[in-house]
Design a protein around this ligand. Structure first.
Ligand code: PHE
Length: 467
């Protein structure tokens, strides 16, 4: 006899958990930087077209695979009678594994910054870049390197907290945590939004976000917007398959999908409207950086020049911490549930072991940032064989190869093998009304796979980063 699968305790629980997974580091530091590069308004517009046309059908498909199969991601395809697609599950599972190992370390850095703003904001202000590098084990003044103890210790704490929440289980842990964390995140965002748009000099940033410079609409911008949407909505990693499998059949999946996508997009937009005007106001347009440096270094200048900056700094990193926690939890949950179901391992020791392994792999990521010359191997047709930093190689592998392949696999599965009609039957079980059946079938059979294929091919041939 199989154990009864866990289910969400309430409708809100699922929506918040799925939104919690989607809303992560991607929304808050990746999105604003990309919106800036992509020309502000032009990028926002593209993103707003892509989410409903590509992101929503892909998410709905993943949720229906999960609910119909009532299974973890690796076994889901076999349970639906198509063992031939099991590899899609493996690719998703593995990319979740690799992503979590570094994502959780970045979560640790965020925790470090929350503590830093609470206790020593002046030290951060004095030398923002130096502070960031020192955390990672590199002293730019002495030009010496050392073991990045601070970053590693905070990463360990971050992962331990995630493990504790996961051990409590779906309803007790994840759901309860999200019920507090997600609304808190929204409130924090709104406070920061008000603060940012009322800073003197922020108007120029707002103008940039509302301007529609069509000459900025290039193929590259399209590509960036597409990949950002996939990453941000947690697609192609089968998180949504796992979460869908906990959904009772009375749930309206299209409505839930809509809610999650709207929340995720809203958070990304608000983050853009916080960060870009704030940086314009304090550092000028040259100050808008991206990636890790943006969230950790450039923003120090913003907080320093705000009245009550340390408090806003602390709030900001707490917010990022919530976002990172809920996303990491969703990733670990997907990894653990497969191991407990397939191999009948116990949940608690499995979670502890998985987290320990993730932490150790992540140490290589953190160490390769600045402290030690640890390299990975990478190949693309534009640059041939190269040996980027180990951390970069991990991100290339997942973002450029594994996510697109898994996402393509599951939408081809729904579009052509399992058939959209089977997904629609699952969606409409228990008499749920779904009016867009024709649109859904068209998108999932033609538009979504074509788009993913193009992203994948272009990124392999031009070496473009996907996230
Ligand atoms: N969607 C999350 C973000 O925006 C990242 C994530 C990707 C989480 C895939 C889970 C699975 O940061």
């Amino acid at each position: 006899m199989e154990d009864k699968r866990a289910q969400w305790g309430s409708k809100l629980g699922f929506v918040l958990a799925a939104a919690g997974s989607a809303v992560g580091l991607g929304n808050i530091w990746k999105f604003p930087g990309k919106a800036f590069e992509g020309g502000g308004g032009a990028f926002l517009l593209l993103y707003l077209i892509i989410v409903p046309l590509v992101g929503m059908p892909a998410m709905l498909s993943e949720l229906s695979i999960g609910r119909a199969s009532q299974s973890n991601v690796v076994d889901a395809f076999g349970k639906l009678g198509h063992r031939g697609y099991t590899w899609v599950g493996w690719v998703s599972w593995l990319s979740a594994f690799i992503i979590t190992s570094y994502y959780s370390h970045v979560g640790g850095w965020v925790l470090r910054y929350a503590v830093a703003y609470a206790t020593q904001s002046q030290t951060v202000y004095a030398d923002p870049l130096g502070y960031f590098y020192r955390m990672l084990g590199y002293d730019p003044v002495a030009e010496s390197t050392s073991f990045p103890l601070v970053a590693i210790v905070f990463a360990a704490v971050f992962i331990a907290v995630c493990a504790l929440i996961i051990i409590r289980g779906v309803e007790g842990g994840i759901e309860r945590f999200n019920k507090i964390g997600m609304p808190a995140l929204f409130v924090l965002l709104l406070i920061l939004l008000v603060r940012a748009v009322t800073l003197p000099g922020s108007a120029e940033g707002l103008r940039y976000l509302f301007s529609l410079d069509l000459s900025k609409l290039s193929f590259q911008t399209l590509l960036t917007a597409l990949s950002q949407a996939f990453y941000s909505l947690s697609l192609g990693m089968s998180i949504m398959v796992t979460y869908g499998s906990y959904l009772p059949s009375s749930e309206d999946m299209p409505k839930n999908t809509l809610l999650v996508c709207v929340m995720d997009t809203l958070v990304a937009m608000i983050a853009g409207f916080i960060i870009i005007p704030a940086v314009f106001a304090t550092l000028g347009p040259e100050g808008v950086g991206k990636g890790g440096g943006f969230a950790f270094v450039s923003l120090a200048g913003v907080f320093q020049q705000m009245p009550g900056g340390a408090v806003f700094g602390l709030l900001f990193y707490l917010l990022l911490l919530f976002a990172a926690l809920t996303s990491t939890i969703s990733l670990i949950e997907g990894i653990v549930v497969f191991l407990t179901e397939r191999y009948h391992w116990k949940r608690t020791p499995t979670t502890v072991c998985v987290c320990a392994i993730l932490f150790l792999i992540g140490c290589l990521y953190t160490c390769s940032q600045a402290a030690y010359p640890i390299h990975g191997v990478w190949f693309d047709f534009a640059n041939g064989l190269s040996f980027p930093a180990f951390g970069d190689a991990m991100e290339f592998l997942t973002d450029r190869v594994m996510i697109p392949i898994a996402a393509l696999g599951s939408c081809i599965f729904v579009g052509w093998t399992w058939k959209p009609s089977a997904a629609i039957d699952e969606i409409q079980r228990d008499g749920i009304r779904f009016r867009l059946t024709k649109t859904f079938s068209f998108l999932i059979r033609f538009l979504v796979p074509a788009v993913i294929l193009v992203i994948f091919a272009v990124s392999m041939f031009t070496g473009t980063t996907l996230s």
